[in-house]
Design a binder for this molecule. Structure first.
Ligand SMILES: [Zn+2]
Length: 451
């Protein structure tokens, strides 16, 4: 999806012929400064090398872009790091930094509709992005390597990017690390090669991916490569976690849980499966990084495998990854459905029924807090997750099981590889159900009193 309209930055700057600067962000108030205007990225080809000894990353990003406006200059998001050179269509382009923006002025204006290639050579010691409300996201060094992970922002800490889910793109990612370390990322494994003490791991995600769903995990991991349903399945468990412990046992059920969800949501949307269990205690969450969710160690305490978190992150492969947010204020569209998938899986796995989960959560809900547009600081709060799931079940009760699952499957098929808003979902549900559902969603998602 294009992001031509944004706030600020639209000053005329040289070039003539109607060429203007692209906007400095997409105007999403939940992530000020994130994303950019005036173009749409089609593909990222990333080659990064990481040396854990000096904590230094060097990178070469080749970004294939289509202009959606006539551009005299444009921005990519890049936090920290030093840019050595920028080429636009193989010609040297001027570049400068403005905070976390990389401002690029090509030698000539770029007409609307033009496809062009940006090559950025860069390097440095990556740093995470800090948020007082949401904690650290992005590149974090670990004792044995690094983890690049975070929502709503993380990608700009390790490569130049249009860092907003409204601009999805395909990726080829090559990561070079010292021999003996694993370098995991998204998508289909494309093999490894070793030279002079360094090993390059290659990954390819050929289905459009939102930038916050990229990940890079480098370190000492037990990597298991197999296939499931004819597609590669790559799981990795940090070497410091037990080989027969709960994290390994939970990840081993990835294929089974994905199949359970596919029976309800429709075909699994990507060309690879997987999961990564990290041991670093600073990762206090799990994230649905595309094809290969990353799980923090807190989910696997004790001796019982936690398959509920696996069901949650795998449900996001449909809700969030395949059908993505156009803006962060609709994050319940991701989390409400992923939480509902936890309820479905728990019931299937012999635990609490969906009806029990609904009743318990209904009683515990603070109805003054809305699911839609909850505020940046409440993006990961119970109104988004639990109240969102209540709304999903309210829809099911209103339209019946057959229509409910037809809505879910049809929505996911129609919006596959795209982005959507709450209004889009409500309109789709109304079309399939054949009756107005706006008042129901308003009451369950945003009403200030119990429905
Ligand atoms: Zn989630």
């Amino acid at each position: 999806m294009g992001v031509a309209v944004g706030v600020g930055g639209c000053t005329d700057e040289g070039g003539g012929g109607g060429f203007r600067a692209g906007a400095v962000d997409v105007g999403d108030p939940y992530v000020p400064g994130a994303g950019n205007g005036g173009y749409d990225v089609d593909h990222y080809a990333l080659k990064v090398r990481y040396d854990p000894t000096g904590k230094r990353l060097t990178g070469q990003a080749t970004v294939t872009v289509t202009a959606t406006a006539a551009l005299s200059r444009f921005d990519l998001d890049l936090a920290g790091l030093t840019v050595d050179r920028v080429l636009v269509d193989a010609a040297v382009a001027k570049h400068r930094r403005a905070g976390n923006e990389l401002v690029i002025t090509p030698a000539h204006g770029l007409p609307a509709g033009k496809r062009f290639v940006v090559e950025v050579s860069y390097g440095g010691v990556p740093q995470p992005l800090h948020s007082d409300e949401l904690g650290d996201g992005g590149f974090q060094t670990t004792t044995d390597g690094a983890i690049a992970l975070g929502q709503p922002e993380s990608a700009s800490t390790w490569f130049p990017v249009n860092d907003h889910p409204s601009d999805k793109a395909t990726y080829d990612i090559e990561v070079t690390v010292p021999d003996g370390l694993a370098a995991l990322s998204n998508g289909v494994p494309k093999g490894q090669s070793t030279k002079d003490g360094w090993t390059t791991w290659r990954w390819s995600e050929g289905t459009p991916m939102a930038s916050y769903l990229t990940t890079l995990v480098i370190g000492d991991y037990r990597v298991s490569t197999g296939t499931h349903a004819g597609k590669p399945l790559v799981t990795a468990v940090a070497a410091e976690l037990p080989a027969d412990g709960p994290a390994a046992a939970a990840l081993a059920r990835t294929g089974e849980i994905a199949d359970f969800l596919a029976d309800r949501f429709g075909p699994y949307p990507f060309d690879a499966y997987g999961g990564i269990a990290v041991a670093d205690e600073r990762i206090r969450y799990a994230l649905e990084t595309q094809t290969r969710p990353v799980y923090g160690p807190a989910f696997f305490r004790g001796d019982r495998p936690n398959t509920v978190v696996v069901a949650h992150e795998l449900a996001h492969q449909w809700f969030g990854d395949s059908v993505s947010l156009a803006r962060w204020s609709d994050i319940w569209l991701n989390e409400g459905f992923a939480t509902y998938a936890e309820w479905l899986w728990t019931e299937h796995d012999g635990g609490r029924s969906v009806a029990q989960a609904f009743a318990e959560r209904y009683a515990a809900t603070d109805w003054t807090k809305p699911s839609v547009n909850p505020g940046r600081g409440a993006m990961f709060g119970p109104a988004v997750y639990q109240r969102g799931a209540l709304a999903v079940h309210a829809l099911r009760r209103a339209v019946g099981d057959e229509t409910f699952f037809r809505i879910l499957r049809g929505w996911l098929a129609e919006r596959r590889d795209g982005t959507a808003t709450t209004a889009d979902f409500v309109a789709y549900a109304e079309r399939i159900a054949g009756r107005p559902l706006g008042p129901l969603f308003d009451a369950w998602l945003s009403g200030a009193t119990p429905p």
